[in-house]
Design a protein around this ligand. Structure first.
Ligand code: NAD
Length: 475
């Protein structure tokens, strides 16, 4: 197998193998952490028009060191066992890194969701859920799916409804799946969560004057030139939030139909509108460079400070790694850089913010949603008004002492109790900042750890191993 053809799973496991020696853990324990605990492969029939199609699907539970296991379901024609195993593996490490108390899992259904009608998609999703229920592969305490590439809130609502029909006695049934619509027991801020987490992670990385100096950059995300690949859920929120809240300059976008570059910056919201109305980013006006579909991947080589691959795995390989101009690669997608490509990028001195940390915002807010479902109450419901009144009283005291009145607009901002969305964003921000600092400090402390990915994997292995050691099986 040539280097550019190394499978996604082999790539993930080679990252593991690189990190393992830094942990000092016994071989048997490392092997237990590395392997996928359970792989379920299903083929089931679904009626499509006058025909019956046999659908191939998977659910992989990588690690049961904590339960439930957790991970999205991918709807894509490229789905295969190796890919789902790789994604499930990443989920275990991801959850450990951001201190979300789940084992890793992932699902995959081999369909092209764009080619199915809504009712066909619903039949596929409900049947898949039924197959998981049949094998006890799903449940609020067993395994909790979420959206991934090609799926979203709609599918999650069908999964919840199917599970509830089979388990009407389960008081916690809403906790069977996350990423549900807010009206169907979802949580505010889940849809944007992965992209928002990507923004918090990049912003934190750019905060370090020392790290930025090593890259020849100034500190801070503001003004950094960014190229994004993939304007789906993760890419579009990463780009819009980086632009609106971080003042980053989005200079390039790479999508399925082609790529565009504009050195003065692209208005991402306007671009999303153009794409929705015309079906292509190539219709965005006044760009400096336009690449047709066949050349789109050249867009990854656009001149920029930060490259955000937010589409699929294996996008940066030994074939194009040497041409990448970005100083920072922020892995919003899972596995966009192969292990062999990373060696080249490391030599070029590029800072890679690894997927296993950077796109953990989705599972973090999924955890909040699951907690909300188990508590049967919206965050903020008990204390919002109380806090609002307390802040109002304090303001009144300050006004009395200073003799100055706070204007109505400022009062609204200061004397305000937190809503669910405020708490979700605050919890996500706290998680992404703390986890970045933890990984960075480990890397700085242990000189032999070569990059942020290895540091992230070491962090994950240490946390997972402590659960296994507490079980008393390993010496
Ligand atoms: P999505 O389906 O919403 O969007 C993917 C986008 O990538 C689409 O717009 C698609 O047209 C585009 N795309 C596909 N192939 C491309 C190519 N060759 N070049 C350029 N663009 C291409 O998917 P998503 O949920 O945003 O997931 C994207 C990545 O993020 C995946 O790797 C997924 O595993 C990962 N991820 C997603 C979540 C989540 O919460 N959705 C969480 C963690 C990680």
């Amino acid at each position: 197998m040539s280097n550019s053809k190394v499978s996604f799973l082999e790539s993930v496991n080679s990252f593991f193998d690189k990190a393992a020696p830094h942990t000092g853990l016994p071989a048997g324990l490392l092997e237990q952490i590395r392997v996928c605990n359970a792989v379920y492969r299903i083929k089931f029939p679904v009626k499509m028009g006058n025909e019956v199609k046999v659908i191939e699907a998977y659910r992989v539970q990588h690690s049961h060191h904590r339960t439930p296991t957790k991970g999205g379901i991918r709807f894509d024609m490229g789905v295969n066992q190796d890919e789902v195993m790789a994604l499930a593996t990443l989920m275990s490490y991801k959850c450990a890194i951001v201190d979300v108390p789940f084992g890793g899992a992932k699902g995959g259904i081999k369909v092209d969701p764009k080619k199915l009608s809504t009712s066909q998609l619903e039949r596929v999703t409900r049947r898949y859920t039924t197959e998981l229920i049949r094998r006890n592969f799903i449940g609020p305490a067993i395994d909790v799916p979420a959206p991934d590439y090609g799926s979203g809130p709609k599918q999650m609502a069908w999964i919840y409804d199917t599970y509830r029909a089979f388990h009407p006695e389960d008081l916690n049934a809403a906790g069977v799946v996350t990423g549900k619509p807010v009206t169907q027991q979802g949580i505010r801020g889940r849809t944007e969560a992965t992209g928002r987490g990507v923004f918090y992670g990049i912003r934190e990385a750019c905060e370090s004057t020392k790290d930025m100096k090593e890259l020849g950059l100034t500190p801070g995300i503001a003004g950094k030139r960014v190229v994004v690949q993939g304007l789906g859920n993760v890419g579009s929120f990463s780009a819009t939030i980086s632009q609106e809240e971080g003042d980053a300059l989005i200079v390039g976008v790479v999508e399925y139909e082609g790529a565009i570059y504009k050195k003065d910056g692209i208005d991402v919201k306007k671009l999303l509108k153009v794409r929705k109305e015309t079906g292509s980013i190539l219709n965005y006006p006044d760009v400096d460079t336009k690449l047709e579909q066949k050349d789109r991947n050249k867009g990854l080589e656009f001149d920029c400070d930060i490259l955000i691959p937010a589409a699929l795995e294996n996008q940066i390989t030994v074939d194009n790694a040497k041409n990448i101009k970005a100083k920072i690669i922020a892995e919003a997608a899972n596995g966009p850089i192969t292990a062999a490509a990373e060696v080249i990028l490391d030599k070029k001195g590029i800072l890679i913010i690894p997927d296993v940390y950077l796109n953990a915002g989705g599972v973090t807010v999924s955890y909040f949603e699951w907690l909300k479902n188990l508590s049967h109450m919206r965050f903020g419901r008990m204390n919002k008004r109380f806090n609002q009144r307390q802040f109002d009283l304090i303001l009144g005291q300050v006004e009395g002492l200073t003799g100055k009145n706070v204007n109505a607009r400022d009062r609204k901002v200061i004397a305000r109790g937190a809503d669910e969305i405020d708490l979700v964003r605050s919890g996500l921000e706290e998680t992404m900042i703390n986890s970045y600092i933890e990984i960075r400090e480990l890397k700085k402390r242990k000189k032999k750890i070569d990059n942020m990915r290895t540091a992230a994997f070491v962090t994950a292995l240490q946390k997972i191993s402590s659960d296994y050691l507490a079980m008393g099986i390993f010496p």
